[in-house]
Design a protein around this ligand. Structure first.
Ligand code: G6Q
Length: 553
């Protein structure tokens, strides 16, 4: 293992952190009402504009001093140096001794990004060009299935980072997609997922994209084998003949050997590199389904959006740096207010999978309890990210945000222009964004409630304390470009948090234990003979009950 960030000062010992702790005692009692009363221009002042993205953080529970101290904390934590280290291809994923270069996936050809002594940008574009050629052939109907029929269904099989980003992007960019192609995404090892997603598809017109960085993932390989059987059976292929696989399967992977072993011609494999983490891979070849849906140009715009935010993150001063501020605000609430969650609330139906996809990014990256020196942290790290598209959430869980006992910072994401201008819908939708953030910030006092004629006994129930922190992103329109920007903002916010918390944001050892244990249990469920079970008494009993239900004693 690389020597991890040798000599970093533990978070609680950093001077800015200590000053923030004192500062918190002075400002935590301040209300957003007071802050806005003291500074009538606060709503314009605490906002940043980057291209088509307006970021209003004035409804956060911060003063100018808070922001100065948070920026000082970022500086003391070496954020600028860590950004340079990431863009410079250093092995900042120390526990796996890997570089973290997803920024290279969206670099234009004019840029040079060095990794272990060579420029990776040309190879990135070589793969993009191959993907583009394939996408053009498939979208135009030139690429046909084994029987000569045009492909009209694309099924991506992958899980985790090889599924969540692609599903989210497909949903988000459906407006720009080629509508005569049907897209489905199979991830769960539960056979129901495969069966339900393929039940109405014609095998002769279906292409499977097997997306797996390692090409060894249990869920994906199980689904891929089922897909192969489904195809061959559906086409009535004679026993032993696997020739249809060539026209109906392509692979996205870093593991050519395993792809070939599966029976997919490596000519039809699109590669990427071990410096791309799964949860940062939607703009690598893992995005092939996205490109098939929106075309190579649209995919290029998505990458350009990501790249614009990469440049902003790399070059903007921290106080004007949107992802850096987003990350610092999360640190502020996590470590000083003790918040354990962060809501992400997009007001656009196309972003219905955005919160789900986003969950993986911060929670797998910063869900860590050991810092880079291998020691247990004595402060909070990654909060739970969650959300739903607005306004649906307003009719379910917003109650708790408004009147519960938790402090839940929330990001509201709204758009100036809708892609579906139907009647008054967009005005009504957007009115809800503004009304909610206003209500969360300023609430409703007992006096206001009484003035509405509410009888005294009911007043406490109808009071809204307010002071619930929110940021509002007001974006021009949902396009491939702005989607890339939004995801890029969260990626770099997560990076910023990880730097402050001194954790390795790019490993995921926590995912491994379950995988190993499952491999041990599988034969215990399937063996003919009763297995010698050596688990705890709970697990042993569960296994026996399951075996009995399958008629295996
Ligand atoms: C993401 C994780 C994880 C990964 C899946 C799929 O950062 O590493 O979600 O993407 O486990 O892995 P494969 O792509 O190797 O199948």
């Amino acid at each position: 293992m690389n020597s991890p960030a040798a000599g970093f000062t533990p978070l609680r010992d950093r001077p800015a952190y200590r000053r923030l702790a004192e500062h918190f005692d002075n400002v935590s009692g301040l209300s957003l009402r007071e802050l806005f009363d003291q500074d009538p221009a606060r709503g314009q002042r605490l906002a940043l504009e980057f291209e088509d993205i307006y970021f209003d953080y004035s409804k956060q529970r911060v003063t100018d001093e808070t922001l100065d101290l948070l920026v000082a904390l970022a500086e003391e934590s070496g954020l600028s140096a860590r950004i340079s280290a990431m863009f410079g291809g250093e092995h900042i994923n120390v526990t796996e001794d890997r570089a973290v270069l997803h920024v290279a996936l969206r670099a234009p050809t004019s840029e040079v990004i060095d990794f272990d002594g060579h420029d990776v940008v040309p190879e990135v574009h070589e793969v993009l060009n191959r993907m583009g050629g394939f996408a053009d052939r498939l979208r135009s109907g030139e690429w046909t299935g084994h029987t000569g029929q045009r492909i009209s269904n694309v099924v991506n099989i992958g899980i985790g980072g090889s599924d969540l980003g692609p599903v989210m992007a497909y949903e988000a960019l459906k407006h720009y997609s080629q509508r005569d192609l049907t897209f489905r995404f199979v991830s769960n090892v539960d056979g129901t997922d495969f069966v339900e997603k393929t039940r109405d598809l014609d095998p002769a017109q279906t292409l499977f994209v097997i997306s797996s960085k390692t090409f060894t993932t249990l869920e994906t390989m199980t689904n891929a084998r089922t897909a192969r059987d489904w195809l061959l059976a559906g086409l009535g292929t004679p026993e032993g003949d696997v020739s249809p696989v060539a026209k109906h399967f392509v692979a996205v992977s870093t593991n050519a050997e395993k792809v070939s072993e599966f029976g997919i011609d490596t000519e039809n494999m699109f590669g990427f590199w071990d410096w791309v983490g799964g949860r940062y891979s939607m703009d690598s070849a893992i995005g092939l389904s996205t490109m098939l849906a929106i075309g190579p140009d649209g995919f290029g715009q998505l990458l350009a959006g990501f790249h614009s935010v990469d440049e902003h993150f790399r070059t903007a001063a921290l106080r004007q740096n949107i992802p850096a501020l987003m990350g610092l605000l999360t640190v502020w609430y996590t470590d000083f207010f003790g918040s354990q969650t962060q809501a992400v609330l997009p007001y656009d139906q196309y972003l219905n999978r955005f919160p789900a996809s986003l969950q993986q990014l911060p929670m797998e990256s910063n869900g860590k309890s050991v810092s880079l020196d291998g020691k247990r942290v004595d402060y909070g790290t990654g909060p739970v990210y969650w959300g739903e598209p607005g306004t649906n959430g307003q009719h379910s869980f917003y109650q708790l945000i408004h009147q519960g006992t938790l402090t839940i910072p929330a990001d509201f994401i709204g758009f100036l222009h809708t892609l579906n201008p139907v009647g008054q819908h967009h005005d009504l939708l957007t009115a809800n964004v503004f009304a909610q953030t206003e209500a969360l910030a300023f609430g409703k006092t007992a006096d206001q409630v009484r003035a509405e004629g509410v009888e005294d006994s009911l007043v406490p129930f109808k009071v809204f304390e307010g002071n619930h922190p929110t940021s509002t992103f007001l974006v021009g329109q949902l396009t491939p470009y702005t989607l890339g920007q939004l995801v890029g903002l969260y990626e770099h916010s997560v990076f910023t948090q990880g730097v402050i918390w001194s954790v390795d944001s790019f490993d995921q050892w926590g995912v491994e234990l379950g995988k190993v244990l499952a491999q041990r249990v599988i034969p215990e469920l399937q063996s003919e003979q009763p297995p010698a079970l050596a688990h705890d008494s709970s697990t042993n009993t569960l296994i026996r009950r399951y075996r009995a239900a399958q008629g295996r004693s």
